[in-house]
Design a protein around this ligand. Sequence first.
Ligand SMILES: NC(=O)c1ccc[n+]([C@@H]2O[C@H](COP(=O)([O-])OP(=O)(O)OC[C@H]3O[C@@H](n4cnc5c(N)ncnc54)[C@H](O)[C@@H]3O)[C@@H](O)[C@H]2O)c1
Ligand SMILES: [Zn+2]
Length: 357
Amino acid sequence: MTRLDDLGYPITIDRDVTAHVARFIRERGRPRAIVLCDRNVAALATRIARAIGPKTTVLPFALGERRKTLRTVETVCEALANAGADRTTYLVGVGGGVAGDLFGFVAATYMRGVPFVNVATSLVAMVDASVGGKTGVDLRAGKNLAGAFRDPVAVFCAVDALATLEDRHLREGLAELVKHGIIEGDETFDALETLAPHPLRKWPWETVVADSLRIKAMIVSDDKYEAGAREILNLGHTFGHAIERVSNFRTTHGDAVSIGLRAAGLLAMRTGRFSPEEHLRVLSLLTLLRLPLVAPSHDVDALIAAMTNDKKTRSGTLRFVLPRTIGDVEFGVIVPARSLRTVLGRVGSPPGAAELR
Ligand SMILES: NC(=O)c1ccc[n+]([C@@H]2O[C@H](COP(=O)([O-])OP(=O)(O)OC[C@H]3O[C@@H](n4cnc5c(N)ncnc54)[C@H](O)[C@@H]3O)[C@@H](O)[C@H]2O)c1
Ligand SMILES: [Zn+2]
C-alpha cells in the first residue's frame, strides 16, 4: 500500500482498496454514500458498497467515451435525485478515466457540489485522470469542453482491477508512464527500461502506478490551476492532440502521445536542447513497449492548423514542452517555424539514419 498526501486529499494505491474506501467513509462519521460505477466494474463497485454498509446503493451506468456527455450527466443526476441523494451524500465513483471525469463533474454540480471519492480502475485513470481536479464531459465541438476544476476528497487506485482491463485499454496508459519517466528521469525512467521487455501482465503494477502518480501529484500540487509549471505534463501532447485530430480520432490518445514524445524529442534535438543519445533512449523504450512512432498523416499544414486551434494555445503562439535531458523538461518554448515543419515531416516516416541529423 502507498499513500500520497501532497494534494490536500489522500491518494491510496493498493491491490485491493475495498477496505480503505470503507474506512475512509467511516472516519468521516458514516455519512450516506452512493456508489456510482461504470457497469464494466460493477462487481468491484458492489464489493465496495457492501464494505461501506449493507444498505449502500450502487448505480451502474453504461459509459465509454461516446457517452461522456451532458446527457449522461443528466441521467446520473436524475438517478441520484431518485435515490434521495442530498448535499451531504458522498458519491463514490468507480471506473476508468471516463467514469472519473463524468462522475466527478456530476459531484461538482449535483446540488451545487457534493463530496466525491474517486476509485480508479484503469491505468489511464490511475496514473493520470484521477489526480489534478479536472472533471468534465465532451461536446460535439470537441473533447472535454464542458467541465469544472474540482478536487475529489480522496482517490483510491484499485490496482488489482487492472487484471480485467482489456490489453488495448491497459496500453492506453503506457505513453503517459513514459512521459512521467522523461519528466522525472532517474530511477523512474530506468525502471521502465528494465520492465519494458517483460509482459505487461507480469509488471509490479502497484509500484509502477505509485511511482508514476507520485510525479503527477507533485507537479499538480505546485500548480493547481495550470498557471505554469503544470504545463510540463503536456509533454508530447501538443503534437499528440494534433495527431489525434488530424486522424479524426482514429489514432488513440495513448498512441498519439507516443508519437508526440518522439516529435518533442526531435524538436528538442533540432533546437539544440536534447542529445541524440537520450532521444534514442526514449525511442528504444517506446519501441520496446510496442508504442507507435510514426504519425499516420504526412500533412504538415493540417497538423500545424490542428496545433494552432488547440484550446491550450495561448494567443495563437505555439509553445512547446521539450526535454533538455531525461529528467529535465522545459515548457513555454517558442521554436522556429522551419524546425517545426521539419520535425512534422519526419514523424510521418519511421526513424532512420536521418533521425539524428
Ligand atoms: N481528468 C483528467 O485529467 C484526465 C486525464 C487523462 C484522461 N482523461 C480522460 O480519461 C478518459 C480515458 O480513460 P480510460 O482509458 O480509463 O477510458 P474508460 O474509462 O472508457 O475505460 C476504458 C474501458 O475499460 C473499461 N474498464 C475500466 N476499468 C476496467 C476494469 N478494471 N476492468 C475491465 N474493464 C474496465 C471501461 O468500461 C471502458 O470500456 C478520456 O475520456 C480522457 O479524456 C482525463
Ligand atoms: Zn494524455
